[in-house]
Design a protein. Structure first.
Length: 194
């Protein structure tokens, strides 16, 4: 019948859109490995966080989020600009997207430094993730932990890849209904490893 045909066409369109998105995501993952040394610049972390805040201005206003950037303004790292932007934008938009229904989002960026590494922590007061249940899964591809239409399970996987490309690490500490703390460690050195 006509309605069945219409339904089938709609379904095919949905599948096609989903596959296109998947291919685009996978393409980005592959390009991380091949492009990491193509465009390395000395970047200011404080500035990149502020830039992400500006880019997400509408979401921040709609959710009444408070963003505190307490990162040391003098920290510069050798990194790919697109990757650094992607890291902070993804983490910030996730913190807003998974806000707790009973309170406005409060998101804080803090830095510390040792002889060998910079540490950047991103702390929020959102929904949180059950670490006992999902701790091992958090940075894997296509894993989602909240019922949200916009969840694709790609963002954290990409962030982890961006950071590991430059010999860094990212870890998560989270408590359900209290919030999450992402900790990024980046080595202090001149050039990324090959």
């Amino acid at each position: 019948t006509a309605s069945e045909k219409e339904e089938l066409i709609t379904h095919i369109k949905t599948v096609t859109e989903s596959l296109t998105k998947t291919i685009s995501n996978l393409n980005e993952i592959v390009s991380i490995q091949t492009n990491k040394n193509e465009q390395v610049k000395n970047l200011n972390i404080y500035h990149y966080i502020n830039n992400s805040v500006k880019l997400l201005d509408v979401e921040i206003k709609l959710s009444n989020a408070v963003i505190i950037n307490e990162v040391n303004p003098s920290i510069n790292i050798d990194f790919n600009p697109a990757y650094l932007e992607s890291i902070f934008q993804n983490l910030l938009s996730n913190a807003i997207k998974y806000k707790h229904p009973d309170r406005n989002p409060y998101i804080q960026f803090i830095s510390s430094e040792t002889k060998n590494a910079y540490t950047i922590t991103i702390q929020d007061n959102g929904l949180g993730i059950d670490m006992e249940k999902y701790g091992e899964e958090v940075f894997k591809l296509y894993r989602t932990f909240h019922k949200n239409d916009n969840s694709e399970g790609v963002g954290l996987y990409l962030i982890k890849n961006h950071i590991e490309c430059y010999s860094g690490t990212i870890t998560l500490n989270s408590v359900v209904d209290e919030g999450s703390i992402f900790t990024i460690k980046l080595p202090i050195k001149k050039n990324p490893v090959n």
